[in-house]
Design a binder for this molecule. Structure first.
Ligand code: ZN
Length: 511
C-alpha cells in the first residue's frame, strides 16, 4: 500500500483517578508513573516490559497486526491516583494535545487512552475536556474511540464527544490490554463504514469500592457478565462503570453505556434493561470489613500457631490506588504493639525514611521515624527501632496480576525490620499489586504468617495463587479512601444516592 493511503491515527491520553480529598498533583507525580511525548509512546508500547498503560499496548498490537498504519503519538500522561491535577499542568497537557492534533494534518482516527475519573483544580470534567477538544479539532466524521477504567465517572459530554467508550470489565483490572485491542478492532470496523450508536444511563448507586469486585459471587461482576451476553451482531460494546466515589462530582453514579452498530433503539433498550437489573440488585453492595483489634488478634494467632492458614490483610482506607498516601500507621502500630510474629508489610510510602536508611546502610540500626516529612489527619508520625535489612533501586518486572510482564518502579526503597514485622518502604507512592513487591527483597508472602498490603482490591489478582478469598481480611481503619462513605464531607456528589441514603428511589427512563 503506498504511504499516502496509510491510516493515520492519533494516540493520546490523560490518566488520573482523582480523590477530591487528597492533595493536588502536578508534573512530578505524572513523571513518577509515566509522562510520554511523541514517539516515546510508540517505543514504550511496543517494547517487551512496558511502563505505559496496557490499553495503548493492546491498541498497537491489533493495528500492527492488521497491516501498515501510521500512529501519530502526541502525549500520554498518567499518574498514580491522587488529588486533582494542578490546573497549569492539565492546561499544558491539553495544549500539547491541541497543538499535536492541529499539526498532524488529516487524521483517520483518534484513540484516547483515558481513565475517566479525573479532576483538575479548576475543572470537574477534564476527561470530557479532552474528548471535546479532540472532537472539535477532527470534526464529526473522524472516529474517536476511548478506553476507560471501570472506575470512571461518566459525563454526558464524554459520551457526546466520542464514538465508542470502552470500559475495563475486570476489577482487579487485568484487561486493559484486551480493551485496547478491542478499541483497535472497533476503529477498524469504523474504517469499514460502521457508525456506532451509543446510549447511556446513570443510576444513583455509588458503591463503596470494596464491593465493586468482578469475581463470581459479586453483584457488579454479575451485572457485567449479564451485559456481555447482550454483545453480538447488533451490539458492539457494553460497558458498565461502577464509578469512583471520592471524585465527588455531579457525574458520580454507576453508568451503563451500550453501543449498537446501527440501531440506536436497540442500544437504548439494552442500557435500560441493564440499568433496571443493576438497580434491583443494589442491596448486595454491602461491605464486610474487620475491626483493627480483631485483625491484630487474627495475625497474632496466625504467627503463634503455624497449623493455622496464613493470612493476607489489606488496608483499603489507605489505598494509594485511590489517592491514599500509603503511609498511615494504624495497622502497623497495632500489629507491632500486639507482638505479631513473622508478618510482612508493603508498601509503605516514605521517601524521607528511605533516604535515612540509605545513609545508614544495610545492617544498620536506626530509629525509624515514619511520616516525619509528610503528616496529615491520617498519616501520623510513628517512631520505632528498626534494622535496615536491604536497600534497592526499586525497579523490577512483575510476574503476576496487574503488573505481570510490566516494569514496576518503586523509586529508591528499603526493607526494615521491627520485631516480628518486616516492612518495605518506597519513595514513589503506589499500591502493592503482587507478591513481586516482596520477592524483590527476598521475601515471600506465601511463607510469611501474615501479610498486610496497602491496597483496596487490585492486590487480589497478584496474590490469588497464594490466598483464596476466604483468607483475605479487609481491615476497617480511618483514611482518605475509607469505604465508610458517610464519613466524608461530600460537596458535589448527587444526593440522595444509594447506599448512603437508603431511601433513594430511581425510575427507569420511559421506553
Ligand atoms: Zn480502576
Amino acid at each position: 500500500m503506498p504511504d499516502k493511503q496509510l491510516k493515520r491515527i492519533a494516540i493520546l491520553g490523560f490518566n488520573l483517578e482523582t480523590n477530591r480529598f487528597s492533595p493536588e498533583c502536578g508534573e512530578r507525580e505524572f513523571r513518577d508513573r509515566g509522562l510520554f511525548y511523541g514517539e516515546d509512546i510508540s517505543k514504550d508500547a511496543r517494547r517487551p516490559a512496558p511502563v505505559i498503560n496496557g490499553g495503548i499496548c493492546g491498541f498497537y498490537n491489533v493495528m500492527d497486526a492488521a497491516g501498515p498504519w501510521e500512529p501519530v503519538p502526541i502525549v500520554f500522561a498518567s499518574a498514580h491516583p491522587n488529588g486533582p491535577a494542578d490546573q497549569k499542568f492539565f492546561d499544558h497537557i491539553l495544549d500539547t494535545m491541541r497543538k499535536g492534533l492541529e499539526k498532524a494534518g488529516k487524521l483517520d482516527g483518534v484513540y484516547c487512552c483515558e481513565h475517566g475519573a479525573g479532576l483538575s483544580s479548576e475543572n470537574d470534567d477534564p476527561d470530557g475536556e479532552v474528548f471535546a477538544l479532540v472532537r472539535r479539532i477532527v470534526g464529526p466524521g473522524v472516529p474517536v474511540i476511548a478506553t476507560l477504567d471501570l472506575h470512571a465517572n461518566v459525563s454526558d459530554r464524554m459520551v457526546a464527544s466520542t464514538d465508542i467508550l470502552i470500559a475495563y470489565r475486570t476489577n482487579p483490572h487485568v484487561d486493559a490490554y484486551e480493551r485496547g485491542q478491542e478499541a483497535a478492532r472497533c476503529m477498524l470496523e469504523m474504517f469499514a463504514g460502521v457508525r456506532p450508536k451509543p446510549a447511556s444511563i446513570r443510576i444513583p448507586l455509588v458503591a463503596p469500592s470494596v464491593t465493586l469486585l468482578t469475581a463470581e459471587g459479586h453483584p457488579y461482576g454479575d451485572l457485567i457478565r449479564r451485559g456481555q451476553t447482550r454483545v453480538g451482531p447488533d451490539i458492539m460494546n457494553v460497558s458498565i462503570l461502577g464509578g469512583f466515589a471520592w471524585s465527588d462530582t455531579d457525574r458520580n453514579g454507576m453508568t451503563i453505556i451500550v453501543t449498537a452498530r446501527e440501531d440506536a433503539a436497540k442500544a437504548k433498550a439494552v442500557a435500560r434493561e441493564l440499568a433496571i437489573a443493576g438497580w434491583a440488585d443494589r442491596e448486595r453492595y454491602q461491605t464486610r470489613m474487620t475491626g483493627l483489634a480483631d485483625a491484630a488478634r487474627m495475625a497474632l494467632e496466625a504467627g503463634r500457631d503455624r497449623k493455622r492458614p496464613n493470612l493476607l490483610f489489606c488496608d483499603p482506607a489507605d489505598n494509594p490506588g485511590g489517592g491514599g498516601r500509603g503511609n498511615t500507621t494504624y495497622v502497623l502500630q497495632a500489629f507491632v504493639e500486639a507482638g505479631v510474629e513473622d508478618a510482612l508489610f508493603g508498601v509503605f510510602n516514605d521517601a524521607a525514611l528511605v533516604e535515612t536508611a540509605f545513609k545508614a546502610g544495610e545492617g544498620a540500626k536506626i530509629d525509624a521515624r515514619f511520616n516525619s516529612a509528610e503528616t496529615n489527619e491520617f498519616s501520623l508520625p510513628f517512631t520505632a527501632e528498626t534494622v535496615v535489612e536491604k536497600l534497592s533501586d526499586g525497579q523490577f518486572v512483575g510476574t503476576a496480576g496487574m503488573v505481570k510482564g510490566r516494569t514496576v518502579q518503586l523509586g529508591r526503597s528499603c526493607l526494615l525490620s521491627l520485631g516480628g514485622v518486616r516492612i518495605v518502604v518506597i519513595s514513589i507512592r503506589q499500591q502493592c499489586l503482587s507478591n513481586d513487591y516482596f520477592q524483590h527483597f527476598g521475601l515471600d508472602a506465601g511463607k510469611a504468617r501474615s501479610t498486610v498490603v496497602k491496597s483496596r482490591g487490585h492486590f487480589r489478582a497478584g496474590f490469588q495463587h497464594l490466598f483464596p478469598p476466604e483468607r483475605i481480611v479487609e481491615i476497617d481503619v480511618p483514611g482518605l479512601t475509607s469505604c465508610n462513605l458517610a464519613n466524608f464531607p461530600w460537596k458535589k456528589l448527587p444526593r440522595p444516592v444509594y447506599p448512603m441514603d437508603p431511601e433513594t428511589s430511581w425510575q427507569p427512563p420511559a421506553t
